[in-house]
Ligand binder design. Structure first.
Ligand code: NAD
Length: 356
């Protein structure tokens, strides 16, 4: 019988079950071997539900004992670096949730450990895998937008704090607020679609309005009344790129807006693309008339299954769609965003942070 990848999961919280366990569960090349959480009740609950034999409260013990080929890292952000590096040093491939780390320095350490290990690391940037994103990437690479000179990215919620007073709202544990939580999705995506261009400077603003509110939590998320809330709940910014293009940003967990919206826009010399809440529209001009095109994606373009993709990369040596190096590029930009907020002025990039 063909060898199956021995799979372990670290962090048995909500994303672990919704995304990673469901994602890896029925893959033919994967065997669910072990699960780890400091909260043994969480680990035991998922171990029983998904029939996982090994249960641990210490990930180093799991890595020493289980001879794993692959782990998912689904813990609070500040642990991503230690766990990913430890796994890579044990010769284990890593599927790490976003953000790769809480800052550029930790992201760089992970990337170096990955290169040294010869193993694969993929960041759980699920928005890169959608049929819409794959189509837009292809469309841009075919030159159909021309030169992109303006982009916008945002994910704004009216009431959507992911657990007020939990690790999400604690700077030390999360690395930041909404920018590092939701910004990581669509800010990353537009930069990825634009080919990860070299940044020139960033100007950011951040606001904390709902630290004491008990009404603006996201549905289903449990808050902690006595917990810390020392991060931003809304974030705006402007990134200028060396090629003259710009990206404007708006993210909010909670704000007084009309409706929730997840979107990006890419505007080029030949056409523009808008994605909003799952809908894609292309704007252009033909025969002297402005036209709108609504791509009917389906038969021609399918989303990539993130989990199948990563196991394929491990088994074939192919490079994953969201490698560690991309996380270094992005986390450098996020570091500069927070520095700009702190210093109340634009921050210029001291060195080129484009992909190696
Ligand atoms: N890609 C996405 O769309 C998406 C969605 C939600 C969350 N996430 C990411 O997934 C990660 C987890 O988020 P979540 O919503 O599941 O959080 P969560 O709080 O529900 O789960 C985190 C789990 O980690 C456990 N944990 C803490 N310290 C640990 C340690 N040292 N060893 C083992 N387990 C430990 C906690 O006990 C908890 O069960 C975060 O990085 C988050 O940004 C990604």
């Amino acid at each position: 019988m063909e060898k199956k990848l021995r799979y372990g999961l670290v962090g048995a919280g909500s994303n672990a079950e919704k995304k990673h366990l469901t994602g890896y569960l029925n893959l033919p090349h994967v065997e669910l071997v072990a699960i780890c959480d400091v909260n043994m009740a969480s680990a035991n609950r998922l171990a029983e539900k998904y029939n996982i034999p090994g249960v641990y409260s210490d990930y180093t013990e799991m890595l020493q004992k289980e001879n794993l080929d692959l782990i998912s890292v689904c813990t609070p952000n500040f642990l991503h670096a230690d766990i990913s590096i430890c796994a890579l040093e044990h010769g284990v491939n890593v599927h790490c949730e976003k953000p790769l780390a809480i800052n550029g320095t930790d992201a760089r350490k992970i990337s170096e450990a990955q290169i040294k290990s010869g193993k694969k690391l993929m960041i759980g940037l699920n928005n890169r895998f959608t049929k819409e994103a794959l189509f837009v990437k292809e469309y841009i690479e075919a030159g159909l937008l021309g030169d992109i000179y303006e982009a916008k990215a945002g994910w704004i919620r009216r009431s959507g704090i992911p657990g007020r007073g939990t690790w999400f709202t604690n700077k030390q544990l999360a690395g930041g607020g909404v920018m590092i939580d939701l910004g990581v999705h669509y800010f990353d995506l537009v930069l990825y679609l634009m080919g990860m261009p070299t940044p020139s400077y960033i100007a950011g603003a951040a606001h904390q309005t709902y630290a004491n509110s008990t009404t603006r939590n996201r549905n289903g998320y449990v808050g902690n009344r006595n917990g810390i809330f020392n991060v931003e709940d809304s974030a705006v910014g402007y990134l200028k790129l060396e090629n003259g293009a710009s990206v404007s940003l708006e993210f909010s967990w909670a704000s007084n807006i009309e409706k929730d919206k997840a979107y990006y826009e890419l505007i080029g010399t030949k056409g523009g693309i808008k994605y909003e809440n799952g809908e894609l529209t292309i704007f252009s001009e033909q025969l002297g008339t402005c036209i709108d095109i609504n791509p009917k994606l389906g038969a021609s373009h399918k989303s990539i299954n993130e989990f199948e993709h990563f196991t394929h990369c491990i088994l074939t040596g192919e490079e994953p769609l969201a490698p560690a190096e991309h996380g270094c590029y992005f986390m450098n930009i996020i570091d500069a965003y927070y520095k700009s907020v702190e210093q109340n002025k634009p921050v210029f990039f001291p060195e080129l942070v484009g992909v190696r």
